[in-house]
Design a protein around this ligand. Sequence first.
Ligand code: F6R
Length: 260
Amino acid sequence: MEVIIRESTEAACGMVAQIIARSVRGKAETVLGLATGRTMENVYGKLAQMHQSDGLDFSFCRTFNLDEYIGLEKDDINSYHHYMTEHLFRHINIKPGNTHLPDGTAKDLKAEARAYEEKIRACGGIDLQLLGIGRSGHIGFNEPLSSLMSRTRDKVLAPETMAQNGPLFIGGEMPKRAMTMGVGTILESRRALVLVTGEEKADILAQSVEGPVTSRVTASALQMHPSCVVVVDEAAASKLHDRDYFRWIYENEPEWDALR
Ligand code: F6R
């Protein structure tokens, strides 16, 4: 795991967008794993900008989102389908048929979960998985005590997640369950790219990166990922013990020369 501390939220989001763009430029058929949430809005804005002004081409990309609420129709304003359309898909040249999110309205959720895993496999697996970390320490909606080997399935959301996302709901109640890729599914991605910003995430970031690997904080499982980069701003980094060490690695790692 590598932790990159950037001077501002803007710089952290810019770096994440650049890493995604580099992956898409390097392999036109990149399979991207995508996340939703407040943190990612800035990143998607930047990718849309890169498409519009620099011609960043998404026409061969395929995408798989981490999660979707159970019971929300795709066109529901609170659904992650709607979020992705509004924040990214309608601004870039991705083919709608190449974008995938779990169907939270499926009658047979277990069959839907199996089919989602199968679709990821059929596309050759996820090249780059974008992730945020929730207040409960979740990645995707893998709430505390999710098995670190879990696969896509339906999950009851933790009270902390209800408190985190409830205020975002417009004109309706937040569902208490979601369909999410499992921790095991996420760990199989070729590369994981985590973005964490803001002081309110400082504590959970420190637990995820420097604490023990535990199902109580499912983001900590990323310590076992073979290629995981965590990009954070100074505020989120404020409770990390080894900040100077992370800076040293970043400054001396040639991979980042072009993005510094
Ligand atoms: C959303 C997702 C979640 C969020 C996390 C952080 O698809 O997978 O794990 O990344 O809840 O959300 P924000 O960015 O709103 O703090």
